[in-house]
Design a protein around this ligand. Structure first.
Ligand SMILES: Nc1nc2c(c(=O)[nH]1)N[C@H]1C(S)=C(S)[C@@H](COP(=O)(O)OP(=O)(O)OC[C@H]3O[C@@H](n4cnc5c(=O)[nH]c(N)nc54)[C@H](O)[C@@H]3O)O[C@H]1N2
Ligand SMILES: Nc1nc2c(c(=O)[nH]1)N[C@H]1C(S)=C(S)[C@@H](COP(=O)(O)OP(=O)(O)OC[C@H]3O[C@@H](n4cnc5c(=O)[nH]c(N)nc54)[C@H](O)[C@@H]3O)O[C@H]1N2
Ligand SMILES: [Mo]
Length: 765
């Protein structure tokens, strides 16, 4: 393979490159002085929760855990640059729309509440009271509350999210489209079916005891850098790390821990993966089924030879339902089908199964490479099946670990951001607050877009996030937002969603996690968040607010609520002035939050009980349930390979210099791409087969057959170590190619990792 364009393989992830990059980020973000002080308070008992990712914090959180991308997330929020009313006066909204995400981002923090003025096509400052009054008056005048959509991005604290869902339900709807719908929705659904709990079953400590860790469809080097520290420590003590990823991600190969002084001085690094397998896109269910087949075959051999069993029979008998049906399904799946669909050889899959069989304690982690496909729920059920075989749930050092994205996406769900709420929760709200809670299930992200497009939704309120850029079919969503009666964005920085104003449109600037949140009496307010390991802990900012004119998320929600539903059911102002009172309400309506206010103030917070971790199965069968689905008829990769050729299976992922739709910079250091984002990673032989040169520019054309033309223009082809037929490029630039009509079975998640495309020469058109 021509390795010229492939990122230099000798260097490890992390290390001096990471430190250098941090210095650069601090300078570019405009916060070099206060920066260092702010960093020292990230994820500390008396500091704020890092807004970067949802990985857990270590037991003794006293020494600062260094994380390059945490530094970026913090620096970008704590920037000294400001998007003031003068910034909005200078350009029309149409002009601002021409800026890239990166150019828009560079303008820094919002400082004033703004209202769109259609006559001048500009956002102008507005008084908070006027904004609240107008929003309230439009919302109350809608025919039904179901004509409004209330979006949440996963950064909102438990307190803000609880207050938000309370307001929306008092108002009268369950329309809660949420970033989770595009993220780990499939994990929650599959795990609830399999083990009765929609959350991961491991704690950080389990990583210290696991004999093997399977990392499927995830790039922690970029997206969860602190997880690499845990993988590295595991690798050093001899645990085996098995990776399934079509792309060779550098962080999963080798990692040099900036925390380890000796390693840094020696210029050394630690090998992370002991086995690195590169399946085709969407091939994981087949790969895991193959491993299960190998485990069952090993059991048969053991029985025949009179050797100790490979399966955990005690666990299977006492704790599991439907094992025999699963066994039959595995036997019915042939190796030819498994090899074809996974893109891996039987031998490779058997090697991975050997690691599993020889390990007493196994953890399996996964993220978007698993959840953003058509058959994600079935794949995660298959992962659970595989883990049941040797009882790898509910014992130390073992378990399921979906690695969450946004720092509080898990907490937001816990406190009620859910378009399909459980009856128990609604009953508790009704009893505690004494109002008629809406029972009809509401809209998720795709349903909300559908309702906006067909005119049945008229208002959009966004608690954070960048709805227009994070969702599929960008052009359609832009149109959908612009035809609404009302758009409201509660945000820290300007983004493209703000530039798609409805008839009445507001940008309401809020405090970020790093900033002090003071109440009327001048007392600092604490918020709380829940990480991927279900640890709930406090977070209090230390920086001065970006502007004296901005409010906390809680205060903004309370303002809108009061103007919309009044204060008879809930005294919003009182809650906004003392978050302890909000937590009292959470404690009164949601299980396992006993003594919330006291436990929250303990250094590491507290753990929300996970029944499956204790081998209590809250499933319909009362057991850990095997599923016995057949493999998908065809994956996107198998479909792309058929026909005349020239079709590819595209996945959209993150570069090293972005946080979702927030683009910090134009480099993707670990993949060797600098100064650009319009690239497509492709196997060198695929390049040759289509007579293309490395570096050639092409248009990427969507091949979803619904008659809609989707084109992403002007991308550069970059040869890369990726399976033939699979290609990759960055979100959100490629969201124009993600079809709204393609969604995961049961999860309804856009299939951002399996998009059928072809190329068109730049000169051909
Ligand atoms: N710095 C930073 N941190 C972040 C984020 C960020 O944007 N920047 N985003 C946050 C959020 S919201 C989330 S959800 C997480 C996302 O964390 P990740 O899930 O790591 O995010 P992606 O960049 O989408 O990477 C997907 C990985 O899955 C692989 N993959 C794609 N398709 C397949 C497949 O079919 N099979 C297998 N086995 N692998 C596949 C890709 O090659 C890639 O390595 O990170 C969170 N943390
Ligand atoms: N093609 C493709 N599409 C995807 C994905 C993919 O892999 N491929 N990934 C999906 C995933 S996993 C996710 S989670 C979604 C993410 O979707 P979102 O959560 O909607 O997007 P973000 O980019 O995280 O939102 C960034 C904006 O949030 C605001 N913000 C930042 N901090 C705060 C804060 O503290 N408070 C408030 N109120 N606002 C704040 C800022 O204005 C910023 O512009 O995108 C999804 N879309
Ligand atoms: Mo996410």
């Amino acid at each position: 393979m021509d390795t010229k364009f492939i990122g230099k393989k000798s260097a490890a992830a992390g290390g001096w490159g990471a430190l250098k990059s941090c210095g650069k980020q601090l300078l570019q973000s405009g916060m070099p002085i206060s920066g260092a002080r702010t960093m020292l308070k990230a994820n500390q008992p008396d500091g704020f929760d890092c807004p970067g990712c949802a990985w857990g914090d270590p037991e003794h959180g006293s020494s600062f855990e260094f994380c390059e991308n945490g530094v970026k997330a913090v620096a970008w929020e704590a920037t000294e640059k400001r998007a003031t009313p003068a910034f909005f006066a200078e350009k029309t909204v149409s002009e601002l729309r021409r800026l890239t995400d990166y150019e828009l981002e560079l303008n820094g923090r919002l400082t004033h509440p703004m209202r769109y003025d259609a006559a001048s096509d500009r956002y102008l400052p507005v008084a908070w009271e006027d904004a609240f009054a107008e929003i309230g008056s439009i919302l109350t005048r809608l025919d039904t509350p179901n004509r409004a959509e209330f979006y949440t991005s996963g950064r909102a604290s438990n307190e803000a999210a609880f207050l938000y869902q309370l307001f929306v339900r008092v108002y009268g709807t369950n329309n809660f489209p949420d970033c989770s719908n595009m993220c780990h929705e499939a994990s929650g659904i599959a795990m609830r079916q399999a083990i009765g709990v929609g959350k991961g079953t491991v704690l950080l400590e389990d990583f210290e005891e696991a004999d093997a860790i399977f990392v499927i469809g995830q790039n922690p080097g970029t997206n969860h850098p602190r997880m690499l520290g845990d993988l590295r420590r595991a690798a050093i003590r001899g645990a085996r790390v098995v990776v399934f990823n079509p792309i060779r991600e550098r962080g999963l190969e080798r990692f040099s821990d900036p925390q380890d002084k000796m390693e840094m001085l020696r210029g050394g690094s630690t090998d992370i993966a002991s086995l690195y397998l590169q399946p085709q896109l969407g091939g994981d269910m087949a790969a895991v089924r193959g491993m299960a087949k190998a485990v069952l075959a090993a059991e048969d051999r053991a029985v025949a030879a009179g050797l100790p069993a490979v399966l955990d029979h005690a666990f299977l008998t006492e704790h599991c339902a439907d094992f025999q049906a699963y066994r039959a399904a595995v036997e019915a799946t042939g190796w030819a089908e498994i090899e074809d669909q996974s893109g891996l050889s039987r031998q490779e899959i058997e090697r991975a199964a050997d690691v599993y069989i020889t390990a007493e304690r196994v953890i399996c982690t996964w993220a978007m490479g698993v959840t953003q496909h058509l058959h994600s729920v079935a794949t995660i059920r298959e992962i659970a099946n595989f883990m049941f075989l040797r009882g790898n749930i509910g014992k130390p050092g073992a378990g399921l670990c979906p690695v969450r994205g946004h720092s509080n996406v898990q907490g937001d769900r816990t406190v009620g951001i859910n378009e399909k709420p459980e009856d128990d929760f609604l009953d508790a709200l009704e009893k505690h607050f004494r109002f008629a809670v809406p029972r009809e299930h509401g809209h998720n992200v795709l349903a909300a877009i559908g309702a906006m497009l067909d005119g049945s939704a008229e208002a959009f309120i966004g608690l954070g996030g960048n709805f227009a850029r994070a969702t599929p079919d960008s052009a359609l969503v832009e149109m959908a937002l612009r035809q609404l009666k009302l758009t409201v964005h509660i945000a820290t920085k300007p983004n493209h969603s703000h530039l798609m104003p409805g008839e009445a449109a507001f940008i309401l600037p809020c405090l970020g996690r790093t900033e002090m949140d003071l109440n009327e009496a001048g007392n600092s307010q604490l918020v709380s968040v829940e990480d991927s390991m279900s640890m709930v802990h406090g977070s209090a900012g230390i920086n001065r607010p970006a502007s004296p004119h901005i409010l906390s998320e809680v205060a903004i929600i309370a303002g809108i609520a009061e103007a919309t539903v009044g204060s008879t059911v809930v005294d919003w102002a009182e809650l906004a002035d003392d978050y302890d009172l909000i937590r009292d309400h959470i404690e009164a309506t949601i299980p396992d939050f006993e003594n919330y206010n006291a436990r929250l103030r303990k250094p590491r917070g507290f753990h929300l009980r996970n029944a499956a971790r204790h081998r209590e199965w809250q499933t319909p069968t009362g057991k850990a349930s095997f599923s016995s689905e057949a493999l998908p008829d065809e994956t996107v990769h198998q479909r792309a390979r058929k026909g005349e050729g020239g079709r590819f299976a595209l996945q959209t992922f993150r570069s090293h210099d972005q946080y979702n739709t927030t683009v910090y910079g134009l480099d993707d250091r670990y993949r060797g791409v600098y100064g650009e984002r319009q690239v497509i990673f492709i196997h060198p032989d695929d390049l040759k087969a289509m007579n293309a040169e490395a570096g050639e520019r092409i248009d990427v054309v969507g091949e979803h057959d619904d008659g809609i033309e989707r084109v992403a223009e002007d991308f550069r082809l970059v040869p890369y170590d990726i399976p033939r037929g699979s290609i990759a490029g960055y979100y959100p630039e490629l969201n124009v190619l993600v079809p709204l009509a393609s969604a995961g079975k049961e999860s309804d998640t856009p299939t951002s990792k399996s998009i059928m495309v072809s190329f068109r020469g730049r000169n051909a058109a």
